[in-house]
Design a protein around this ligand. Structure first.
Ligand code: GAR
Length: 211
């Protein structure tokens, strides 16, 4: 059976969605860069091994990345799942785990990379927002897209309301992407993701009110 590790920095609701799903794989550990991450207690209560690699204990990013990579390597995972992991990872780290490093981002990439996506979406006045699961490459919030979910932006949305609408879809698409990976169905063709046995439409989720 394939194994995976999940990296978190905070609440860990995407982690919970993955651990709650019946997936053909085993979570070897949940690793956080923040000792107070709420998701750690949740994972521990579920009997999952938890580890903290506190970024503040390292003089620079390269040292932190090396310690994090060493911790991950102890578990020899097939897949590394970034689930609200809020540290930028360096090129060496990303290359080391290339092809087995997934991230969820709260926007329809390549639109709205970076932080505060929901506020940026409202400020821009766009009518469709969403979330993306992608393979991680050295460019921030970029990399081959596995699956996206779209949600409407409603006239009186606040950033919080919009974030909650997007988050619900993140949980759905992340579980789907992880399942596809663990089933060995994801391949990269010319830098684009193909899902064996699925039409391209399977990688697009439209929430009610769209399409
Ligand atoms: C999620 O919305 C995730 O997309 C975002 O942080 C939140 C974590 O929530 N990640 C990023 O912005 C990464 N660039 P969670 O801890 O409840 O899963």
């Amino acid at each position: 059976m394939k194994t995976f590790v999940i990296l978190i920095s905070g609440r860990g609701s995407n982690m919970q969605a993955v651990l709650d799903a019946a997936l053909p794989g085993r979570c070897a550990a949940v690793i956080s860069n923040r000792p107070q991450a709420a998701g750690l207690a949740w994972a521990a209560a579920r009997g999952v091994a938890t580890v903290v690699v506190d970024h503040r204990r390292f003089p620079d990013r390269a040292d932190f990345d090396a310690a994090l990579a060493a911790e991950i390597d102890k578990h020899a995972p097939d897949l590394v799942i970034l689930a609200g992991f809020m540290r930028v990872l360096g090129d060496d780290f990303v290359r080391r785990f290339a092809g087995r490093l997934l991230n969820v981002h709260p926007s329809l990439l390549p639109a709205f990379p970076g932080l505060h996506t929901h506020a940026a979406v409202l400020a821009a006045g766009v009518k469709i927002h969403g979330a993306t699961v992608h393979f991680v490459t050295p460019c921030l919030d970029a990399g081959p897209i596995v699956i996206q979910a779209a949600v409407p932006v409603l006239a009186d949305d606040s950033a919080e309301v919009l974030a909650a609408r997007v988050l619900a879809q993140e949980h759905v698409i992340y579980v789907t992407a992880v399942r596809w990976f663990l089933e060995g169905r994801l391949t990269l063709v010319d830098g684009r993701v193909r899902v064996a046995g699925e039409s391209a439409a399977a990688a697009v989720l439209l929430s009610p009110g769209l399409g």
